[in-house]
Design a protein. Structure first.
Length: 396
């Protein structure tokens, strides 16, 4: 008996349909985990103004510093690389979808990027000054121009970008540049920022606006590395690697064998050496963080193919990732700032991370409920309407 058979509408069921569902689940489940990593990396910036100024809260003890250091070691500069890889991979799926339907891809993608930019700007001002959506929107223009790049050339370009970023940071360190030139002034600024976060909406917005110039400076490192991850995702998408994960078992194992030792060693230098406050730590992390992000992705992909129920549980959160990304920031504002409970400066790093895990668990459950009833997350639906200039069907 054939493994494939047409249904009444001529669509193919059986193995092909199962493979397509598995591909979607793997991509979305990985995006769901990336959401968790992003939250664990960002939540400490919601809970304290000291994090933004790259200094420890003077009230924190040794255990608090160890917990915060562990979170930085495991997630800082890794979480957004995983998310960026998936952005590049999904870009290839959008290209193919437009080609199959005979649609002009460029204009619709430009509208999508403009919508992302507006959402990101509102997000940065109202909810979280560390927004990544505006960066994605701008880098998406470059990705659109590079869409015909061959996989090998894309990987080579990604490696060159990482090398250039690390070299520039290293040269800056040799020339005596420092990220935190005056620690006492940074501690005082952190105390003022924490107090501002405990204020009302106006205080929070003003604090975000004051923080934007420093965040734009941070993008000098984050932006190029994110684009390098775009290119790796583009190369993987050209080969549809996430559609046929089991056939790449050897490659995934190599990613783990190389990625974990190199990535964790670099992450240890990054965390112990002062994290983002250290030029040397930044330089080492720029080179090694992609290795650890790749190892994470390899382990998760192998897990999802062997335990499809795990992928099934996480996939709904990944399918409405934009809604959940913005929702995480909204919930953190309600928990930590004076707009809500005003817990900024009052939770230890361990308590802060526990709050983040609770938020993510709520999002996973809510996403499963929502996606059983609707085709898209609410923000995805609005962005899709703007992109295609028509209201898509929302209900299943």
């Amino acid at each position: 008996m054939s493994a494939l058979r047409p249904d009444r509408q001529g669509r193919t069921r059986g193995v092909a349909a199962h493979n397509d569902d598995a591909r979607i689940n793997v991509v979305d489940a990985l995006r769901g985990i990336a959401l968790l990593f992003i939250l664990l990396a960002n939540v400490l910036y919601f809970s304290s103004g000291f994090e933004f100024h790259l200094v420890d809260d003077p009230a924190h003890g040794t255990v608090d510093r160890l917990v915060a250091g562990a979170a930085e070691l495991l997630f800082a500069m890794k979480a957004y690389l995983l998310f960026s890889f998936l952005f590049g991979y999904s870009f290839t799926l959008q290209l193919d979808s437009a080609a199959r339907r005979g649609l002009a891809f460029g204009p619709s993608f430009l509208r999508r990027l403009s919508g992302l930019f507006v959402l990101g700007a509102l997000h940065a001002v109202l909810l979280y000054h560390g927004d990544i959506l505006t960066t994605y929107a701008l880098l998406g223009l470059v990705l659109l121009a590079a869409r015909r790049t061959e996989p090998r050339a894309a990987l080579l370009a990604a490696a060159v970008i990482v090398g250039v970023v690390a070299t520039v940071i290293g040269l800056a360190a040799v020339l005596g540049a420092t990220v935190v030139p005056d620690e006492a002034a940074a501690i005082a600024a952190g105390a003022r920022s924490t107090e501002a976060l405990r204020g009302g909406l106006g205080d929070v917005v003003l604090e975000h606006l004051r923080s934007l110039p420093a965040m734009l400076g941070a993008l000098a490192v984050q932006g190029p590395l994110a684009f390098a991850a775009f290119l790796v995702g583009l190369a993987a998408g050209r080969h549809r690697m996430l559609a046929t994960v089991p056939t790449h078992e050897n490659l995934l194992r190599r990613c783990e064998r190389v990625g974990y030792p190199v990535g964790l060693a670099g992450a240890a230098v990054f965390a112990v050496g002062g994290g983002s406050a250290s030029m040397t730590g930044l330089m080492v992390s720029a080179v090694t963080a992609p290795f650890l992000a790749a190892a994470y992705a390899a382990t998760l992909l192998r897990l999802f193919t062997r335990r499809p129920r795990v992928a099934d549980a996480l996939a709904p959160a990944g399918r409405m990732a934009l809604t959940n990304y913005l929702g995480q920031s909204l919930l953190c504002v309600l928990v930590f700032t004076g707009v809500g409970l005003g817990l900024a400066g009052h939770t230890s790093p361990a308590q802060t991370l526990l709050i983040a895990l609770t938020i993510f668990a709520v999002q996973v459950a809510t996403s499963a409920w929502w996606m059983r009833r609707f085709r898209y997350g609410p923000v995805e639906w609005a962005l899709r309407a703007w992109t295609h200039r028509r209201w898509p069907d929302l209900r299943r």
